[in-house]
Design a protein around this ligand. Structure first.
Ligand code: 26Q
Length: 815
């Protein structure tokens, strides 16, 4: 991209004057953020238009990534880096006496996702554009994203994330492309000209879906793809009649009800919550996206829809957009008059489904009454899809009624969205090797037996542009100095760093960079939450959503154990450690919230105990989010990846740690397995039960957590401290946690996630971490080899895998 410093300066000043009536000296940091971003957006605009034109020039197969979540984080630095103008912009601002860092910090995170699944979608968009593939995102423009987390008295308290208080300089509203989405009503029948039945919905509630586009800027290329987010509104403004009758609330009711659809991101605990508004969100953006695609197709190619699957592949990010499958059936049949078979043949060549979880309770099901009430015509279509599926199943398994039943999409008054996805898609993929194996042999075994050719693995990845180049510029510079450029677009190039594994000078340089990042993090946490961190200590970090299966509890129990040990044994002198947590608990997830309270309670006790000062500290980072993650990964020494084996589908934070030179302590779960495969077992600390061992224990019903307490007095002591007043004078706060581990509560088995079973092995692995860290050069070598061998975990590799096996796209270069 051409960059002219003078022009940029003029543009910036003109904009400040036009928009804010201020000159450079009067503008505040936020004004400047907005004006710098808008000026950058204007530079991006040319390539955005060119890219669109290039894709329209001739029929182009494109992928559409339908996702209820896009966890984009901040855009300014990313866009400046991807267009290669960051340094020049920083210089221009410096010449105006403006500190770029202050401006950057004004940008709110686009936190339109819960965690891994949403951030994966964002990394994929970056890789698609960077690799010159025509691929775009479709989602929801939530007015409120992931809630803001405050810690009050050790408890999580949620506040709304009002990320749109100021205008978003990156979005472009496209009112001209608005579509209508219908809810409720009843199905009626008319006739097509050829006298066949034509179904339509009457008396429906109509909602307007208006798209807002965000540019997705590829790195060092002209390609700029699009993330299109839909906003809901009412076609009937407010009711003037009611207003004149002074019924002010009722006057805006319809408007509010409509706008509620895109009001707020749902948290991911809710399990089988069956919230009608959540289903409305899903249909809202799925329907709007498909209408958008079909309208565009018809205007370009007419109504011969046999070409539709040639030009479109639609990737469904988990079950959240699966209602798009019957929606495309509806559009083809009810709006264009195609027959069932013709429509199904098109639909079943168009969609592909990614599964992100093996937790059975997390598979989405909708109660028939909610579904049918909101989407009567879609329900009919799902019924017909299911009727035909069940006929196939009877044919294939004539005597196995149990199987026919289990695999029925509609069963026990519920609609199983994963079943609908597997049946309606030509591809079903898991997100790490183990995860896909478990889907094939356990959770989705019946479906794998029916459709083995559909199943495939696509191990997740992360974009090195955001997670290394942007987040850790010093390490990026070090890497380029050692091995040259090229790794930015081909992460396997990092392999060349291996030759520095025994180069003492290089290792010292690496350690100095890590140290500087730790100092930076310490000063950030001092500033934001008045927390003291000793950068000389090991930064041992667990940052991810709070979930029992992720086992933050195992981490805390180990900290409580370490604390006991330090107090009991004055000769015990491990290297100083700072345990850092960042985690949001879904607002309705009681036990997760209690675990946050426990972490903060333990932190408070330990951090105020002089006897362990300089040896042990615990820090809970408030409101963990993408922009904070960008400060945490570069400053981490130890990466905590300690989920119960078999439960974490992949993990992607594990990869972000790896490319930033942190060493993993973890279980053989998700992508951890592939990480140690690449890094070498000697460069990680692996512990605990394997997925196979756990499957065996579960099939034998042989797990008895109490036996671990009897055998391990230190564990028994720690457990007892949950309820003996050590941390809580009431003895009650953490009793629920204790009971769930030892006895099982609410009909659950005790210790469902094998915390007590893995405790001793975890302690042992942590001792190895401490011993290894004491030899700084050995540690530096391990960290460097992790970086050197992280090439596989670029989302560029993941995208190439999707392109080769599922999407079959060709690169389109934009001149
Ligand atoms: C479902 C129904 C109702 C309300 C919310 C939800 C919901 C929302 C979000 C369910 C799940 C999610 C998010 C899941 C998620 O982030 N999964 C993670 O996906 C990553 C990317 O593949 C994996 O690396 C992680 O292992 C997986 O936990």
């Amino acid at each position: 991209m051409e960059f002219n410093a003078e022009e940029f300066k003029e543009n910036l000043t003109a904009r400040l004057k036009r928009q804010y009536g201020k000159d450079i000296t009067q503008a505040n940091a936020h004004d400047l953020f907005d004006a710098v971003s808008a000026s950058a957006q204007e530079l991006i605009m040319d390539n955005w238009m060119k890219t669109r034109r290039e894709y329209e020039k001739k029929p182009t197969r494109q992928v559409y990534y339908l996702s209820a979540e896009f966890l984009m984080g901040r855009a300014l630095s990313n866009n400046l880096i991807n267009t290669l103008i960051k340094d020049s912009v920083v210089d221009v601002l410096k010449s105006l006496n403006i500190d770029y860092n202050l401006i950057e910090d004004q940008e709110p995170d686009a936190g339109l996702g819960n965690g891994g699944l949403g951030r994966l979608a964002a990394c994929f968009l970056d890789s698609l554009a960077t690799l010159d593939y025509p691929g775009h995102g479709y989602g929801i423009r939530y007015e409120y994203g992931m809630f803001e987390q405050h810690i009050e008295n050790g408890y999580q308290v949620e506040y709304p994330d009002n990320w749109l208080v100021h205008r978003d300089p990156w979005e472009v509203k496209r009112s001209d492309l608005a579509v209508t989405v219908k809810f409720g009503g009843n199905v009626a029948v008319a006739k097509w000209p050829n006298d066949t039945d034509r179904f339509y919905v009457e008396n429906a509630e109509e909602i307007i879906a208006t798209p807002y586009d965000m540019p997705i800027v590829g790195y060092d290329t002209n390609t700029v793809n699009t993330l299109r987010l839909w906003q809901a509104s009412s076609p009937n403004g407010f009711d003037l009649q009611l207003f004149n009758d002074m019924q002010y609330n009722r006057a805006v009711e319809r408007q509010n009800d409509a706008e509620n659809i895109s009001r707020v991101l749902y948290p991911n605990d809710s399990g089988p919550s069956g919230k009608a508004l959540r289903l409305k969100q899903q249909y809202f953006f799925s329907s709007a996206s498909l209408q958008d695609l079909v309208r565009h197709f018809v205007s370009e190619y007419g109504t011969d829809f046999r070409k539709f699957p040639e030009y479109h592949v639609i990737q469904l990010n988990d079950t959240h957009p699966v209602v798009a499958i019957p929606e495309l059936m509806r559009i083809l049949m009810d709006e264009y008059g195609l027959g069932w078979d013709e429509s199904w043949s098109i639909v079943s060549k168009t969609f592909a489904y990614t599964n992100h979880t093996i937790l059975a309770e997390a598979l989405e099901k909708w109660p028939i009454n909610i579904f049918q009430g909101l989407l009567p015509r879609i329900y009919q279509i799902v019924e017909e899809i299911n009727r035909r599926l069940v006929m196939e199943l009877r044919d294939k398994y004539p005597t196995d009624y149990s199987k026919q039943n289990k695999m029925s999409i509609i069963n026990n008054g519920m609609i199983h969205m994963a079943w609908l996805a597997i049946h309606g898609c030509f591809s079903v993929n898991g997100v790490a090797a183990l995860h896909t194996e478990l889907l094939k042999t356990q959770e989705l075994k019946d479906w794998y037996d029916l459709y083995p050719q559909k199943f495939n693995n696509k191990t997740n990845g992360v974009t090195q542009r955001r997670w290394l180049l942007c987040a850790n510029p010093e390490l990026a510079k070090f890497i380029t100095a050692k091995i040259g450029n090229g790794w930015q677009k081909d992460l396997t190039k990092l392999k060349d760093l291996e030759k520095f594994a025994d180069d003492e000078a290089a290792l010292k340089e690496f350690l100095a960079i890590k140290q500087a990042n730790k100092v930076k993090l310490a000063s950030y946490l001092k500033e934001t939450q008045n927390e003291f961190l000793d950068p000389e200590s090991i930064f041992d970090v667990q940052i991810k959503r709070l979930h029992e299966y992720k086992r933050q509890l195992l981490n805390v129990l180990h900290i409580m154990y370490l604390y006991n040990r330090l107090l009991e044994d004055p000769n015990y002198n491990p290297p100083a450690r700072t345990f850092i947590f960042g985690a949001k608990a879904a607002s309705g997830y009681r036990r997760a919230k209690t675990i946050i309270k426990l972490i903060n309670t333990v932190a408070e006790r330990i951090n105020n105990d002089r006897r362990v000062r300089g040896k042990l500290r615990v820090v809970f980072v408030e409101n963990y989010r993408v922009s904070v993650a960008e400060k945490l990964f570069p400053a981490s020494d130890v990466s905590e990846q300690i989920s119960t084996a078999g439960k974490e589908a992949s993990g992607t934070g594990n990869m972000k740690f790896m490319i930033n030179g942190a060493v993993t302590i973890g279980t053989l779960d998700g992508a951890n397995i592939e990480i140690v495969e690449e890094a070498g077992a000697e460069n990680a600390f692996i512990f605990g039960l394997t997925a196979d061992e756990i499957i065996k224990i579960e099939s034998e019903h042989s797990y008895n957590p109490q036996k671990y307490l009897e055998r391990n007095p230190q564990l028994a002591k720690v457990m007892n401290q949950l309820i003996d007043g050590t941390y809580d004078p009431t003895h009650q706060l953490f009793r629920e946690i204790y009971d769930s581990l030892v006895y099982g509560v609410e009909g659950q088995r005790p210790d469902v996630y094998y915390v007590l079973a893995d405790f001793a092995a975890y302690v042992e692995a942590q001792e190895k971490v401490a011993a290894t860290y004491s030899d700084r050069m050995k540690w530096a070598k391990m960290a460097l080899l992790n970086i050197a061998r992280s090439g596989k975990f670029s989302s560029d590799r993941t995208i190439e895998d999707y392109v080769r096996d599922i999407w079959k796209l060709k690169k389109v270069e934009v001149k």
